[in-house]
Design a binder for this molecule. Structure first.
Ligand code: ADP
Length: 363
């Protein structure tokens, strides 16, 4: 059994002496991942750790102390991850009590380099997505605010203009009144000028935030879905929800920004997770369907669905029914989709719950 295991195993007696090692352990030692005498049966493994410590391999001290604690039965398990002496691998070492009346310990070592790299990539993607999320959130908020104040500022301008015109109109024969009102006229003119300036700033912000578009790369929406699912999997598990993925392998690619597409999928998935959290059945389906000149990416859930009020305001900025919600998620989704010349629809699914469909033109 030991020989067939792909993880390295060493068995130590109660004094820390190596009693037996398996093939995988020997192989790892031969590659120099631990130290030269690492796999020698009959040698004290604690001494081997000390020698590695003396060579400046700090992780060896931590490991030795862990083994000592397990041998002394002060702890059942010791677990640690460290970089190999060759500095190119990540290793996970687990030391367990050997269930034997004479005492001892079992050490297992696994190469977790791939896993750590995957985690790192996922983390970087998460970071990038979060950053992009914040950036597009800011631009959408800026744009929403710009939209909200554009109208009153324009009203101020027009009123100032009207006021000035009224004052300046040749309506009296009294030069005195006119000279009196010159000051008021100047005030109206100032109001008009200030409002014009504000309006210019708003216009500038609005144009600026909508300037950047998709970078026109080829995006496989199936991959988008799969990677978005990977990023929310943990959250889904915590909430007791299951995510089903159904990708049409023949669906063509679209042209756009892969990270932005992932952001759309993530937003819809997170909304779906929020929705199913209220239900007893917690299933989310995400998928890609080929629809002629368009590709559809959908997210369906078994939540409460969309009430008429929610449906009416769904894509409005700052509309939220959640405590602590911001109400910007869907508007960002729509703005990204529209920049990619697509459209997004939110409706009730046939069997209850909601479904959001994103249609994008084929590349
Ligand atoms: P937020 O998630 O911050 O509320 P969103 O713009 O993403 O902002 O969503 C706006 C609102 O739309 C939500 O508060 C919710 O009422 C509704 N909604 C979004 N997705 C779903 C869904 N899958 N099921 C039911 N309601 C949803």
């Amino acid at each position: 059994m030991l020989a067939s295991l792909s993880i390295g195993i060493a068995i130590l007696d109660s004094s820390g002496c190596v009693v037996r090692v398996n093939e995988a352990w020997r192989l790892a030692a031969a590659e120099g991942v631990f130290g030269e005498h690492h796999a020698v049966v009959g040698q004290s493994y604690l001494d081997e750790c000390r020698r590695a410590e003396a060579r400046g391999f700090d992780a060896a001290r931590e490991l030795r102390q862990g083994i000592e604690r397990v041998l002394a039965r002060r702890t059942r398990t010791f677990r640690s991850q460290f970089v190999s002496q060759t500095r190119d691998r990540w290793l996970e070492i687990v030391v367990d009590i050997l269930k034997h009346e004479a005492g001892g310990a079992v050490i297992s070592v696994a190469d977790v380099t791939e896993r750590r790299l995957d985690e790192k990539t996922a983390e970087a993607t998460r970071g990038h997505t979060a950053h992009l999320g914040r950036a597009s959130m800011m631009s959408e908020i800026a744009s929403a605010i710009a939209g909200e104040i554009k109208q009153p500022v324009t009203a101020i301008q027009l009123n100032a203009l009207a006021g000035a015109t009224l004052l300046g109109a040749p309506q009296t024969d009294l030069e005195a009144v006119w000279s009196d009102s010159r000051e008021a006229w100047q005030m109206f003119k100032d109001i008009y000028d200030y409002a014009s300036r504000a309006s210019g700033v708003i216009e500038h912000v609005d144009q600026h935030v909508h300037r950047q578009g998709g970078n026109g790369a080829i995006v496989d929406l199936g991959e988008t879905c799969r990677s978005a699912v990977r990023l929310v999997e943990h959250e889904a598990a915590l909430r007791g929800a299951r995510i089903e993925v159904d990708i049409d392998a023949h669906a063509p690619a679209i042209a756009g920004d892969a990270i932005e597409m992932q952001q759309i999928a993530m937003s819809l998935l997170l909304n779906a997770l929020d929705a199913v959290s209220e239900s007893s059945e917690r299933v989310i389906a995400i998928g890609v369907i080929s629809r002629g000149a368009e590709v559809e990416m959908y997210v369906r859930d078994t939540g409460p669905g969309l009430s008429p009020k929610v449906r009416q305001h769904l894509f409005e900025s700052f509309f939220t029914t959640k405590e602590g919600g911001l109400g910007m998620g869907l508007i960002i989704v729509r703005s990204i989709v529209e920049r990619h010349r697509g459209r997004v629809i939110g409706e009730d699914a046939a069997n209850g719950g909601a479904i959001f469909r994103v249609h994008l033109p084929v590349s």
